[in-house]
Design a protein around this ligand. Structure first.
Ligand SMILES: [Cu+2]
Length: 297
């Protein structure tokens, strides 16, 4: 008994040391909170997700948040069971070491069936969100069609026969590895993206759209959305596609219909008449001229 008391006492810090420790922890926590900007705090509330800026964002955001809620609840249950088992079946004095392996059919069935149920639930809600993300544009036909070409190692954006011009001219904007392109989109008007690649698999990703899609040679993937907020957003390639994958950056500018039309007219005046669909047609490797490693085999 005396041994046990000595053991307990040795774990107790002097009251003064505890007070200093508590004050130190509080100060650090306050400093960390104070250093968070409002934007950081908003992002924390979204659990690190960017703010969605399209008509599809709400559904995708719900999937993100509720997946976290489900994962945290399962985590709490599992951690709780682990801690309970550690405490309930802890080794007591003079205990024999119990048998370390033993069949327990009900528990084995439980830990096989429970994860399968969880995966099915996640799958169900993912498919539901995917149906919304990939739904046709309102009215069945998009206001604008943009053919996106992902090519080692930049992007070309074709504005297909856009109504902002005469409705029969396709203009394009091609980036290079040294000069990233900007995709213009009119706010509150639907757009259909057609994704093409002449070489390897790329992935068209605008984080603020809350979704991305592979750009696969030999097939045309597509999706549509309506940007709902003006602003400039970053875009990138999300599929490791070769030596200069990291340079496949682009910007997205969501602008008013007038600014959109003005941008397309500017491309037309500059002689960027397309379509430019990559391969021999593409100019996207310009930035690597003179670079020995830039052959891209
Ligand atoms: Cu790429």
């Amino acid at each position: 008994m005396a041994d046990r008391e000595a053991l307990t006492l040795s774990w107790q810090l002097p009251a003064r040391a505890r007070r200093i420790g508590f004050a130190g922890l509080t100060a650090v926590a306050l400093m960390m909170l104070a250093s968070c900007s409002t934007a950081d705090q908003e992002e924390l509330k979204r659990l690190a997700e960017p703010e969605g800026v399209t008509d599809r964002s709400g559904t995708l955001h719900s999937l993100w948040i509720w997946s976290w809620v489900a994962a945290i609840l399962v985590g709490i249950l599992v951690w709780g069971l682990i801690l309970y088992a550690c405490w309930r079946y802890r080794r007591r004095r003079d205990d024999e070491v119990p048998v370390q392996t033993r069949y327990n059919l009900p528990i084995e069935i439980l830990y096989t069936v429970a994860p399968v149920i969880m995966v099915l639930v996640f799958f169900f809600y993912t498919v539901k969100a995917q149906d919304v993300a990939l739904a046709d544009p309102p009215g069945g036909k998009a206001d604008h069609v943009v053919t996106v070409v992902g090519q080692q190692w930049s992007w070309t954006f074709n504005y297909d026969k856009d109504s902002a011009l005469d409705g029969s001219t396709t203009v394009f904007d091609a980036g290079t590895t040294a000069d990233k392109p900007t995709l213009y989109l009119p706010v509150d008007e639907s757009v259909l993206f057609k994704l093409r690649s002449p070489d390897v698999i790329h992935d068209f990703w605008v984080p603020s759209f809350l979704m991305k899609m592979d750009v696969v040679p030999g097939r045309e993937n597509s999706f549509s959305l309506t940007p709902t907020r003006e602003g400039t957003y970053v875009g990138r390639c999300a599929e490791l596609c070769g030596a200069y994958h990291s340079r496949m950056l682009f910007d997205v500018k969501v602008v008013s219909a007038d600014d959109y039309a003005a941008h397309l007219q500017k491309l037309q005046q500059e002689g960027n008449i397309g379509p430019a669909l990559g391969g021999s047609d593409a100019t996207t490797q310009k930035g690597l001229e003179g670079n020995e490693n830039g052959a891209g085999e």
